[in-house]
Design a protein around this ligand. Structure first.
Ligand SMILES: *Cc1c(COP(=O)(O)O)cnc(C)c1O
Length: 401
């Protein structure tokens, strides 16, 4: 049974792979779920076996800062689902982003990116990496001429998010990948907004995918996690993360988080179907609600990027909606009046969540910087959960009254 699953892997559909990827080694007790190997170190039979593991001649766990069987199982599941050459599970989305960028970044080189990025990614690039002498060439990634102008012989990567948040901007991945490859550099994409079970970043020319698995994958928002999904086009990714950054930065995922994220991955497809359907239905209904000036969801036909998003990511548009209210005060009272939807950050929890990004996630950015980033004081971000859409509509309507 064990081997048969392994051999048939290629023919299986994603839902099946997500729950049937075999363990690297059969558990002694035949445990159906991957055991949580809560250990720092591993014992060896002899000196030679120790040498082989410590020098990387064989990939065997020796110390859980760099390898752990529970984490490896999660990595193998993601590998089977994406067709990646290597997957690294790290302890947050930010760890995945910083590791992926640090593979290529060097003093005197630059990253071509946009300022429509997750707040901490903006800070990582503009503060932490800037201090180490890595520049940001910030441009409009939806304008290919501008991208060509921004890339020079010191550029080390092009970095973007597939659907920016809260602006909901979508760039053409294939075209950006072509530009990157003409210059011999990788396209690195944060794909947190649409699960990798819904589309193939590899087919769109992405070299390295980074994901905050805190979001869709963990499911109930149980744990932090990040994934670097390496498609093998730049061998340096595997070399540097596996043999350098895991050791030196110490960002590897913990076994307990990997266990929960592994379980989350098993139900990802089922949850995503409900959440993305809820989101589009809610977006349609909210269009006619008094007090809401605009509703933004990538799968609404009036969204500027609707067609490009559909071509790249398929028919679903994820479970994030933004709504525009009349004023910042209206946003505050809306947040205060919610009874069912939770006042919290995070995305793609089982529960619906609402936040006013302007005063929270971007609360410490200057007004000018927020303007530059198109983060508006009138925007509410909703992450749509698994509740019944009637109850969500009712809560939003009463909160606006
Ligand atoms: C949440 C998020 C991150 C950061 O992930 P953490 O797991 O919180 O570190 C990065 N990118 C996007 C698009 C996110 O939504």
């Amino acid at each position: 049974m064990f081997l048969r699953q392994h051999e048939n892997k290629k023919k299986m559909k994603r839902q099946t792979i997500a729950i049937n990827t075999p363990f690297e080694r059969r558990d002694t007790y035949g445990s159906l779920n991957i055991p949580v190997y809560h250990t720092a170190a591993y014992e060896f039979d002899n000196a030679q076996a120790m040498t082989d593991a410590f020098t990387g001649k064989v990939l065997e766990p020796d110390y859980s800062r760099v390898m752990n069987p529970t984490v490896t199982h999660l990595e193998n599941k993601v590998k089977a689902l994406t067709g990646a050459s290597n997957v690294f599970a790290l302890n947050s989305g930010m760890a995945a982003i910083s590791n992926a960028l640090l593979v290529f970044a060097e003093q005197g080189r630059n990253i071509v990116t946009s300022n429509h990025l997750f707040g901490n990614t903006v800070a990582l690039i503009n503060t932490t990496l800037a201090r180490l002498g890595v520049e940001a060439h910030t441009t409009d990634l939806t304008d290919l001429d501008k991208v060509r102008e921004a890339v020079d012989d010191k550029t080390c990567s092009i970095y973007l998010e597939i659907i920016t948040n809260p602006q909901m901007e979508v760039a053409d991945l294939r075209r950006l990948s072509d530009i990157a490859h003409e210059h011999g550099i990788p396209l690195i994409a944060d794909t947190t907004m649409i699960p990798f079970t819904q589309f193939s970043a590899k087919e769109l020319g992405v070299d390295v995918e980074v994901v905050s698995s805190t979001k869709y994958i963990s499911g109930g928002g149980t744990s932090l996690g990040g994934l670097v999904i390496d498609y093998g086009t730049f061998p340096v990714v595997n070399e540097r993360i596996r043999f350098e950054l895991l050791f030196n930065l110490g960002c590897y995922m913990t076994p307990h988080a990997a266990y929960m994220q592994s379980l989350g991955l098993e139900t990802l497809d089922a949850r995503y179907r409900v959440q993305s359907a809820n989101a589009i239905e809610l977006a349609r209904r909210l269009k006619n609600v008094k007090g809401i000036r605009a509703v933004n969801h990538i799968a609404l036909p009036d969204n500027k990027y609707h067609e490009l998003a559909r071509q790249q990511f398929g028919d679903t548009g994820g479970a994030m909606i933004t709504i525009e209210l009349d004023s910042e005060d209206a946003c505050y009272s809306f947040i205060n009046n919610l009874r069912l939807i939770h006042r919290a950050t995070n995305l793609f929890d089982n529960k619906s969540l609402a936040i006013h990004p302007y005063s929270t996630i971007f609360g410490n950015f200057s007004k000018e910087k927020k303007k530059e980033m198109d983060v508006l004081p009138t925007t509410i971000r909703l992450s749509v959960g698994l509740e019944h859409v009637d109850d969500l509509t009712e809560d939003i309507t009463q909160a606006l009254r």
